[in-house]
Design a protein around this ligand. Structure first.
Ligand SMILES: C[S@@+](CC[C@H](N)C(=O)[O-])C[C@H]1O[C@@H](n2cnc3c(N)ncnc32)[C@H](O)[C@@H]1O
Length: 209
């Protein structure tokens, strides 16, 4: 997107907190994959969605350094609980540090492990689920998350346009293939209503009927 327009958009929304700006810089400086962080435009949208559904229970699949986790948790009710899962113990310390600095330690439960194994063990009914881990497993995450989402709740999946690669029906790359399968599965699913928003790398917003 045009950088001036990008800045203008950010200047006309709730501003990013100093803590999240610091985490964003920290992640860019220290992580080999800084592009994984959501960024404020998307994180602010997720925060607002939590407010709109009065989210008390949220599941995040893919914590990374905790940027979107902090945004999600700050949009939840005061008695809310966010379960966030990542299988990479190298990001755990940064995520925990910033979640604590945000004053959210008691409202965020970090699960270290493979999401496909952790989700079935969670004894919760979620108001909102954010899918942002391994693209190859999006169809699995979707089925597992949907079972745990309340009727009227939301499932949000990030990166579903995958830089436009999803247009390639002959793609050999397993991530592109899985994302295409996921988008098609959601589209066929009569148990949900959905919209694919071209925000950042594409956000699929799904509401369970
Ligand atoms: C795109 S990043 C998440 C970014 C984060 N939501 C944010 O916006 O700050 C994806 C994360 O998913 C994690 N991940 C990949 N495969 C996973 C799996 N099978 N189970 C749990 N986490 C996984 C990676 O370690 C990585 O930290």
């Amino acid at each position: 997107m045009n950088k001036d327009l990008d800045r203008y958009i950010l200047e006309h929304g709730t501003p990013e907190s100093d803590l999240l700006a610091d985490l964003y810089r920290h992640t860019r400086a220290r992580s080999p994959y800084p592009r994984m962080t959501a960024g404020w435009m998307q994180a602010n949208f997720l925060r607002l969605l939590c407010r709109l559904v009065t989210a008390r229970r949220v599941l995040e699949i893919g914590t990374f350094t905790g940027y979107s986790a902090i945004a999600l948790a700050s949009g939840m009710t005061d008695d809310g609980l966010l379960h966030t899962i990542d299988n990479n113990d190298e990001v755990e310390d940064i995520a925990r540090e910033y979640i604590e600095r945000a004053g959210l330690s008691r409202r965020v439960i970090f699960h270290l492990g493979d999401a496909a194994r952790v989700i079935p063990t969670l004894q919760e009914e979620f108001d909102l689920v954010f899918i942002d881990a391994d693209k190859r497993h999006y169809p699995t995450y979707y089925r597992l998350a949907k079972e745990k989402t309340r009727r009227g709740g939301l499932i949000i999946a990030d990166d579903v346009l995958w830089d436009g690669k999803v247009l390639d029906s002959d793609a050999a790359d397993p991530r592109t293939r899985a994302l295409r399968a996921f988008n098609d599965e959601v589209q066929r699913d009569e148990d949900v209503e959905n919209i694919l928003l071209p925000l950042r790398h594409g956000l699929m917003i799904i509401r369970k009927l």
